[in-house]
Design a protein around this ligand. Structure first.
Ligand SMILES: NC(=O)c1ccc[n+]([C@@H]2O[C@H](COP(=O)([O-])OP(=O)(O)OC[C@H]3O[C@@H](n4cnc5c(N)ncnc54)[C@H](O)[C@@H]3O)[C@@H](O)[C@H]2O)c1
Length: 263
């Protein structure tokens, strides 16, 4: 269904879009953009104050949004929230699994607890959110599932083995699900940002090799051919493309949004 918005066409009119970790950063930019494009946006995040603020900014711009407070490491809580969304909206057209964590530094000193938490949030959470949401996505007829990986999932990370392992697994989860769900016209794609200007960026810079965030920042900036870090909107626009019917023949792709860093 297409609805006119001035001279433009709303790309997500009539669609229900669920975005995890959308109270901040790239997810927040995505929630705002998806709502502007006509989606009913459901925000899942542990930060209630910030989540409600995003709902407010969407409503003030004339969009529709709802917030659910949830710790996305807890599978039972995810199942319950997805069931509530299904009851309320009757379907899910777009699921963007954006939640993740930088995880512990290095390799040798990583504890089992740190490993389980990072893998839990970077991989297991999105795996099961998708599994629980599948029945609602099927009701939409077609669907677009998006995972946030990282350039650290496409190549080695010099600073965090666990992050790279988890995000690398997301890259192959995307491919496997794309093949498994293709018959049902459900598309699955990944987005791989390089450093993006969000609160999480400080955590990445703080744990880098030289323990000097400012030096690390310059070092990394020099390795991005387009000469700047990603802005939340850069990633939101890529997600919009993958969420919308403009990408109906694209599935199983892990798209770097990285200023040519991977190149
Ligand atoms: N920022 C970067 O440089 C960068 C680069 C590559 C990939 N990524 C990936 O992007 C995603 C998020 O990044 P961002 O930069 O938009 O983050 P951000 O720091 O702006 O926001 C993170 C959000 O996640 C929420 N959150 C954290 N733990 C949660 C939990 N257990 N349950 C529910 N919500 C939780 C926070 O409340 C916050 O709203 C992650 O998957 C991350 O690995 C980030």
């Amino acid at each position: 269904m297409f609805i006119k918005k001035g001279d433009d066409i709303m790309k997500l009119a009539g669609k229900v879009a669920v975005i995890s970790a959308a109270a901040s950063g790239m997810g927040r930019a995505g929630a705002n953009l998806f709502a502007k494009e006509g989606a009913k946006v459901v925000i899942l995040d542990v930060n209630q104050e910030q989540g409600e603020l995003v709902v407010e900014e969407i409503k003030q711009s004339g969009g529709e949004a709802q917030f659910y407070k949830i710790d996305l490491i807890e599978l039972d809580a995810i199942k319950e929230v997805i069931d509530r969304i299904d009851l309320q909206y009757g379907k899910i057209d777009v699921l963007w699994n954006h939640v993740g964590t930088p995880g512990p530094n290095g390799f040798e000193n990583v504890t089992e607890e740190e490993y389980d938490f990072a893998m839990g949030l970077n991989l297991k959470s999105g795996f099961f959110t998708t599994q629980y949401a599948l029945k609602s996505i099927r009701k939409a007829g077609t669907g677009s599932i998006i995972f946030t990986s990282s350039v650290g999932g496409l190549k080695a990370s010099p600073t965090s083995v666990v992050y790279s392992t988890g995000k690398g697994a997301v890259v192959n989860l995307v491919r496997s699900l794309a093949v498994n769900l293709a018959k049902e016209k459900i598309r699955v794609n990944g987005i791989c940002p390089s450093l993006a200007e969000t609160p999480m960026m400080a955590q990445f810079l703080a744990r880098s090799k030289d323990d000097d965030p400012e030096k690390n920042k310059q070092f990394l900036l020099e390795r991005i051919p387009l000469g700047r870090f990603a802005r939340p909107d850069d990633i939101a626009k890529a997600a919009l493309f993958l969420a919308s019917d403009e990408s109906t023949y694209i599935s199983g792709v892990n798209l770097p949004v990285d200023g040519a860093y991977m190149a």
